[in-house]
Design a binder for this molecule. Structure first.
Ligand code: PLP
Length: 420
């Protein structure tokens, strides 16, 4: 059977034919046969340079041999214990050694779990209920944070099935807007437990903080007794050795991780100041638990992955990222298109938008119709990116210069077609 036939069947037995909504695209998504290094192959015989990379977890490339060997060895001695094992300490120590704010670490199974637990912890620590997120930020699929917009006032849920009473304590403000947050804190500061922020917004494309915005967040939270949570589910161990907080030199109180930390296997973690982390059960009153938390396969994959992610690795990754972004910028200039080529380190995106994108409001003005023409043409020419203007594209350590040239050529072709 081919992808088209499988998708037809899938739609009858799996809602929307996929197990996570963004994977569905018109007319049908390709079904994967295998993935190795920087490439992903479908069952229809197509080979793509992969810039989706499973939406972020794959940083060494698919199925890295060293990681797979270690995971295989671990599989021979157990896949879930329900009791502690030494590797959990080793991975926790590795996180603590790398990440400036991490004094203690708790492992969970996904980014969603990590942000849910970190928000509960911030509420438990401060005794306050309200939380602040940024418009367009994604922190997973749990009820508190499925709120995209709304200005200052209590926000409405973004999904059916979430009571308004659940999100009435979730406030949103535009990213990179000092005034909006200052005003909100003036009005609500004493009720706010935490501000949760993606230091680089990776779920509306790729939006960097303006100079000093993260410093402003750090100062205003400190002044008002608000817990600052960096959601580094995308940026953690991708942007640099110690994540966005090392890259930008700002230390939050708590941080959440997932994706790269599991080396291609499911994992999540939250970490931060000891004084706060000590409140988690069984030490303290903030409950959080999980059957598979700290499971030995993901922990081993994380350990083996981080072992390979040293400073020279990140230097080389940034060099490749710069190479690709420069190529794309040259193409955009040659074609005289008014677009924004954005990104840093191994993250990139092209906004089909004439304006500098600083927040969700501006990102939403992008030409998504043209973007879809561009996406389909890239796919046709052997380059896979997420099928949305509002996702980030990635590169891995396994991407060769040849891959990046192929991607650049395909992008040139696709941009020409989108503006035909
Ligand atoms: N936080 C951010 C910044 C994310 O990008 C995501 C997922 O894309 C999540 C949290 C949720 O992570 P997961 O899909 O592992 O639950």
């Amino acid at each position: 059977m081919n992808s088209e036939e499988l998708f037809k069947i899938s739609k009858n037995i799996i809602p929307g034919g996929v197990n996570s909504p963004v994977r569905a695209f018109e007319p049908y998504p390709f079904f994967v046969k295998e993935a190795k290094g920087s490439h992903i192959l479908d069952i229809d015989g197509n080979d793509y340079v992969d810039h989706c990379l499973a939406y972020g977890p794959i940083l060494l490339g698919h199925s890295d041999e060293d990681v797979m060997n270690d995971v295989y060895n671990q599989m021979q001695i157990g896949t879930a214990y329900g009791a502690p094992s030494e590797n959990e300490l080793k991975l926790a120590q590795e996180v603590i050694d790398r990440v400036p704010c991490a004094e203690m670490v708790r492992f969970v199974n996904s980014g969603t779990e990590a942000t849910m637990a970190a928000i509960r912890l911030a509420r438990g620590f401060t005794g306050k209920n309200k939380i602040v997120k940024f418009e367009g930020a994604y922190h997973g699929a749990h009820d508190y944070v499925l709120v995209k917009s709304g200005s200052g006032a209590a926000c409405l849920p973004d999904s059916a099935g979430i009571p308004e009473s659940t999100t009435q304590n979730t406030l949103s403000v535009p990213f990179n807007d000092v005034e909006a947050l200052t005003q909100l804190i003036k009005e609500e500061g004493e009720n706010i437990a935490c501000i949760i922020v993606e230091p680089v917004m990776g779920n509306i494309g790729c939006v960097e903080p303006t100079v000093k915005y993260l410093k402003f967040l750090r100062e205003i939270t400190e002044e008002n007794g608000i817990v600052l949570i960096f959601d580094e589910v995308i940026t953690g161990f991708r942007l640099s050795h110690g994540g966005a907080q090392e890259y930008y030199g700002i230390k939050p109180d708590l941080v959440t991780f997932a994706k790269v930390l599991g080396g291609g296997f499911p994992i999540g973690a939250y970490a931060g100041r000891k004084e706060i982390m000590e409140l988690i059960a069984p030490n303290g009153p903030v409950y959080q638990a999980g059957t598979f938390s700290g499971n030995p396969i993901s922990i081993q994959a994380g350990l083996s992955t981080l072992k390979k992610l040293d400073y020279p690795f990140y230097g080389e990754l940034s060099r490749k990222g710069d190479l690709l972004r420069n190529n794309i910028s040259d193409i955009v200039e040659d074609l005289k298109l008014d677009l924004q080529v954005v990104g840093l380190s191994s993250m990139f995106q092209i906004y089909f938008n004439p304006d500098t994108v600083l927040n969700y409001e501006i990102a939403k003005r992008s030409d998504v119709k043209r973007f879809l023409v561009y996406f389909r043409d890239l796919l046709k020419n052997g380059v896979f990116i997420p099928p949305s203007q509002f996702e980030c594209n990635f590169i891995s350590g396994a991407h060769s210069e040849e891959d990046l040239i192929k991607t650049s050529e395909a992008i040139e072709n696709a941009l020409k077609l989108a503006w035909d």
